[in-house]
Design a protein around this ligand. Structure first.
Ligand SMILES: *Cc1c(COP(=O)(O)O)cnc(C)c1O
Length: 419
């Protein structure tokens, strides 16, 4: 459920007409709804009401905008970060260091040190050597680093291969069969408080079965570690819950997910951590763009819009589907292709899609763009970096400005010998 809906024939974000934002901020632009973010955060937490000791860490990579993080901090969420840049954002948004989890397969030594100095709550280790280095860095500081081992359960998440992370051949996590010996060696190191395990098998999961299979393997590993005399107090079950992108899609709800988690983990007796990203943010945002031209095509007309793959990469990267809607629908429909101005044939948002009839100057939105949208934007083709707006009730604010090509150029330099 979200708070983007038609009022008097025109699409609104909460109580603000999208056309007003387009008029005042320009297009292309991302628009987020704070009420939707808050609702998703609450529904996710309520889904887990039957599970004792839950910690929710928003996966910042899904949407790192400071205002978005501030809303989620107010909802009691911590953060799952994959770089020091993301850690700085979490801290700047008011999240407590102890509520930050540091994931990622390639944390640099400098990043590990910076995260220790910030006092973050947990390091999710990806390989034994990382644990050795972290233990050393912590010992040098007279600290003990709270850590868990991320294991790869070798489960097929059944999602797009580019967002699948839990198969043995993926780069993420330690092979689950090697986890007990690695755990035993790392647990001995002073400087490390190795307290549990983590798993994350992929994103946009539309079935609970692979998650349940992975969690069952984690449960067996927890029993094995305890049998070997280790204290296991924390398990991080990652993120990955899918969202509806197409009309009629009904992925498992947070309540379904919570019921499965409660059943599978009932004897675990650990603090459980979750790292939802997409399920919180995706449907809390739209990408708004204006029609530049309607160009005749061989089979269908090309609706050329001012937004492009550099602003919203998901379609070009993952063949993703985003629903296309006119901000002021006339009631008439056409079958068309929707594409941006970037000089790549992959810069196409929709092909042979039945959409509202639009003409030059009309506004359209691509729905479900609040996660993995602006965060992946670039300035390819020397386009400005796309701005972001947050709406709450009748208020809205530009929460990330449009960064002009001139500003990017000002960081570039022609060396003296070329002058
Ligand atoms: C990307 C990621 C997440 C979030 O995934 P969603 O599908 O957005 O919920 C959580 N944990 C880790 C380790 C990740 O890499």
């Amino acid at each position: 459920m979200d708070y983007f809906a038609l009022q008097n024939g025109e699409l609104y974000a909460e109580d603000v007409p999208l056309s007003r934002i387009a008029g005042e901020v320009g297009t292309p632009v991302y628009v987020y709804s704070a009420a939707t973010l808050r609702r998703h955060a609450r529904v996710f937490r309520e889904g887990l009401a039957a599970v004792p000791r839950v910690h929710c860490a928003f996966a910042i990579k899904a949407n790192p905008n400071l205002a978005v993080l501030r809303v989620l901090a107010q909802e009691g969420f911590g953060a799952d970060v994959v770089s020091v840049g993301e850690m700085k954002r979490a801290l700047a948004s008011g999240m407590a260091a102890k509520d930050i989890v540091f994931s990622g397969v390639g944390k640099s030594r400098a990043e590990l040190a910076a995260a220790l100095d910030a006092g973050i709550g947990q390091f999710n280790l990806e390989l034994e050597e990382e644990g050795v280095v972290l233990a050393q860095l912590a010992a040098e500081r007279g600290m003990t680093a709270p850590a868990v081992l991320r294991v790869n359960p070798d489960v097929d998440a059944g999602t797009h291969e580019k967002i699948s992370t839990g198969k043995a051949e993926n780069k993420f996590g330690l092979p689950i069969d090697q986890a007990p010996e690695i755990f035993a060696r790392l647990a001995k190191l002073p400087g490390l408080n190795l307290r549990g395990v983590a798993v994350h098998i992929g994103s946009q999961l539309t079935s609970l079965d692979p998650l349940e299979a992975a969690f069952n393997r984690i449960g067996a590993l927890v029993r094995e570690l305890r049998a070997a005399g280790h204290a296991v107090t924390h398990v991080d079950l990652g993120g990955g819950l899918g969202v509806p992108y197409r009309p009629g899609e009904e992925p498992p709800s947070p309540a379904d997910f919570g019921a499965m988690v409660a059943r599978v983990t009932k004897d675990w007796d650990v603090a459980l951590m979750f790292e939802p990203g997409r399920v919180i943010a995706a449907n809390a945002g739209v990408f708004m763009t204006q029609v530049l031209w309607v160009k005749p095509g061989v089979t269908h007309p090309w609706v050329i819009v001012d937004g492009a793959m550099n602003d919203l990469a998901r379609v070009a990267m993952y063949d993703a589907y985003h629903a296309v809607e006119a901000v002021r629908p006339s009631g008439e429909m056409i079958t068309a292709n929707v594409a941006g101005p970037v000089c790549e044939s992959s810069d196409v948002f929709a092909k042979a899609r039945k959409i509202d009839t639009v003409k030059t100057g009309d506004l359209i939105v691509l729905r479900s763009a609040g996660a993995y949208g602006a965060t992946m934007a670039s300035t390819y083709n020397s386009r400005p970096l796309v701005p972001e707006v947050l709406v709450e009730g009748a208020n809205y604010a530009v929460v990330a400005g449009r960064i002009a090509a001139e500003t990017i150029m000002s960081e570039e330099n022609v060396p003296d010998w070329l002058k």
